[in-house]
Design a protein around this ligand. Structure first.
Ligand SMILES: [Zn+2]
Length: 356
């Protein structure tokens, strides 16, 4: 007797083949039979008539790293058919943690039952919550770099590079599947190309994935694509360009040039792929607007810069200079953690500014 029988659905196996009408029989945790199972008994029958049946989807670009511990039933993923998530993207992973680095602010704002510091203790804490999805993790380069040298705006010393290499190897030995960079965020934005190439070489050795949230997704996107391809060439690592977009309406026309660069690299045998989301908005932290020099250092150092009148004016001037569009109308404040500013949640930046 089968444990489960899924009947009457059209099966799509995920290879791109046409759907086939058939029943599926499951015994223990394995697909035991596919075909006409009308004569086979099962402990439970699931009627899938007029429905499509397919393997669980893999979300290759997820930021659920710590949120799975808060909401392990993962309804936002499970209800879309996602059964595996790849976390640790955009340079941010939950590990390694040392006294020198911090979790991203929206992660740090949550309450956790268990503490962790490396990949083993992270997965131990995560698995204790019995998440509904399978989890694959990359090592976030921002987390890795900051765990060794904090958020300083300078190249790493050779000793610091060795420490990063060691921590990366340790994570790969313990189940990480690659490295992600987030080169718009500190301290990734301070990182010279040579440093990333060295780490990507380790990933290549492990046959892992190097995923990149590139340095620029707007006006300078072609330079960023070239930089990413250069890392692939130098390291031999498989490259995934994360959330490929040409950010800002005035840059939409760059997409053809972007695709050409990727296709040319693929023609030369470089293993470069990309993912893209099907909507025309991005979602990130507001401090991404800060110039590099203003994003350096600890949170209190950054806040002190913003509170100093003269420095704030310099920051404003530089932000305005770097923008071609009226972003303040286009940026919506999606969520706010600080109590007294919660009232701005859901408002455009321009609206919030006029109310301050
Ligand atoms: Zn990203």
């Amino acid at each position: 007797m089968l444990d489960y029988k899924i009947t009457g659905g059209t099966i799509f196996d995920g290879t791109g083949k046409k759907g086939v009408p058939a029943d599926i029989g499951i015994k223990n945790d394995t697909i035991a039979e596919i075909g006409n199972l009308s004569q086979v008994t099962a402990r439970k029958t699931i009627d899938a008539s007029r429905k499509n049946v397919c393997p669980g989807f893999i979300d290759v670009h997820s930021h659920s790293d710590v949120f799975l511990m808060i909401e392990p039933s993962a309804p936002s993923k499970i209800l879309q058919g996602v059964t595996t998530e790849v976390v640790g993207n955009c340079g941010a992973s939950a590990f390694p943690l040392t006294k020198k680095n911090r979790l991203p602010s929206d992660w740090a704002a949550q309450n956790y039952k268990t503490k962790w510091h490396d990949i083993n203790t992270y997965f131990h804490a995560l698995m204790k919550t019995k998440p509904a999805v399978n989890v694959v993790s990359l090592v976030g380069h921002n987390t890795l770099r900051a765990s060794v040298m904090g958020y300083e705006n300078r190249p790493a010393s050779s000793d610091e590079i060795r420490q990063m290499e060691y921590l990366l190897e340790q994570a790969m030995d313990n189940g990480a599947k690659g490295l992600s960079t987030g080169l718009v965020y500190p301290p990734g934005m301070f990182t010279p190309l040579s440093e990333i190439k060295k780490l990507a070489k380790i990933i290549s050795r492990y046959k892992g994935i190097y995923a990149s949230h590139m340095r620029n997704e707007g006006r300078k996107i072609c330079e960023s694509i070239k930089e990413t391809i250069e890392i692939a060439e130098a390291s031999g690592a498989k490259i995934q360009i994360s959330h490929l977009k040409t950010s800002g309406k005035s840059n939409w026309h760059l997409l053809d040039a972007v695709l050409e660069l990727i296709e040319n690299a693929r023609d030369e045998g470089i293993d470069v792929t990309a993912d893209r989301y099907p909507y025309i908005a991005g979602y990130t932290d507001l401090d991404i607007l800060l110039p590099h020099w203003a994003a350096e250092g600890e949170k209190k150092t950054i806040m002190a810069r913003l509170c100093d009148k003269k420095t704030r004016e310099e920051i404003i001037a530089e932000i305005q200079d770097s923008r071609t569009e009226n972003d303040w109308e286009n940026i919506v404040i999606a969520s706010v953690f600080a109590g007294k500013f919660k009232k701005f949640s859901g408002k455009k930046l321009s609206e919030a500014a006029s109310e301050m």
